[in-house]
Write a protein that binds this ligand. Structure first.
Ligand code: UDP
Ligand code: MG
Length: 329
């Protein structure tokens, strides 16, 4: 039977935590009773430097049910992605699979059953995907669509309408731990792990208490983080722009020569206009080329794993079938 850990990052969540703990506990008990998950399964709450009573509540929960509730307290507020990563890394060696979800239970915990079923079928990663976005505001819906489009153009592989509600097997977690980067954008990194994956569809509810910890400002920063930490294509755009403008400068040259020869210009105009375009283009091109090298350095410093092995077919000697002793010893 599989040991499953639920990983829940919490930042100032005193309003929802008692109820969330109750619901998750009930879910875990139900899964344990049905012999779907083992009795060693746990719920980990990661306190991301909360200023309210969040950690107090977690301590209480652990005190009351030490075999159900675990707590991790980060030294300061590190942000959702880092808190989640911390929880997943703590769970890594202890479980067969970890499921991450938000503390406000906007992610439907009834989808967990299906995630576990897909895990049993041999999937290492199961993505929770929103079946619709009707509960979102028009603004959120259109910006999200735009964001996925941009990410695709930037060459980043992402599962659309999936946030951080997902199941990851032990080896997928081990794979994730090989990613040494500091700027985390998990929903872009997890697909890079590979292995067999599946999707489970669910309807995302409203936050039942407290308010969002992701105001617009944080959301925009998060989107920018996603692009710049996964793609160096913006740098390439500068290069292309530089090439384009430099080429355009030749047309400008021809145009201004014609103007010059037909006597439509004042002295000095032709050479000035051409120079502006030619030099501007060359400068952008040069910045792009330098950027290309910086981009390479950037990706190198992330020290991502070059590969993860999915299977290894290896003939091990049978027990008692010791390797032959060599003549030299
Ligand atoms: N969160 C966190 N650290 C932060 C901000 C948010 O751990 O700095 C957690 C938060 O407690 C919640 C999850 O990230 O469990 C998602 O946040 P929220 O529900 O406020 O975002 P929204 O659903 O509004 O996008
Ligand atoms: Mg939420």
């Amino acid at each position: 039977m599989n040991t499953i850990y639920l990983v829940v990052p919490c930042f100032n969540e005193e309003a929802v935590l008692p109820e969330t703990a109750k619901r998750l506990h009930k879910k875990m008990k139900q899964l344990q009773k049905a012999d779907i998950i083992s009795d060693e399964s746990r719920i980990i709450f990661v306190d991301d430097g909360s200023k309210d009573r969040t950690w107090k509540i977690i301590e209480k929960l652990h005190e009351k049910l030490p075999l159900m509730f675990d707590g991790i307290k980060l030294s300061r507020n590190e942000g959702h992605q880092n808190a989640l990563f911390a929880g997943l890394m703590q769970a890594k060696g202890l479980c067969d699979a970890a499921i991450s979800l938000d503390a406000d239970l906007q992610d439907d915990i009834e989808a967990i059953d299906e995630m576990l079923a897909k895990f049993d079928e041999g999937n290492d990663i199961v993505y929770g995907v929103r079946s619709q976005r009707s509960t979102d505001t028009f603004f959120k819906r259109t910006t999200a669509r735009g964001f996925y489009k941009i990410m695709k153009h930037m060459g980043v592989e992402m599962v659309e309408d999936h946030a951080d509600f997902r199941l990851m097997s032990r080896r997928a977690l081990e794979g994730l731990s090989e990613f040494k980067e500091v700027n985390l954008f998990l929903r872009g990194m997890v697909p890079m792990i590979g292995y067999r994956s599946a999707q489970v569809f669910y309807e995302r509810g409203e936050r039942f208490a407290g308010e969002s910890k992701y105001p617009l400002r944080k959301m925009l920063a998060f989107a920018a983080q996603g692009i710049t930490s996964l793609s160096v294509r913006p740098i390439r755009l500068i290069t292309s722009l530089g090439i384009g403008i430099f080429l355009a400068s030749f047309f400008i040259l021809i145009y201004s020569l014609i103007r010059h020869l037909t006597g439509h210009t004042v002295a000095g105009w032709t050479s000035t206009v051409f120079s502006i375009w030619a030099i501007g283009g060359l400068q952008l091109l040069a910045i792009g080329v330098i950027g290309e090298y910086i981009g390479k350095i950037y990706l190198e410093t992330k020290a991502r794993p070059k590969y993860l092995i999915e299977e290894w077919l290896h003939g091990a000697p049978e027990a008692g079938d010791a390797p032959a002793k060599s003549d030299t010893d």
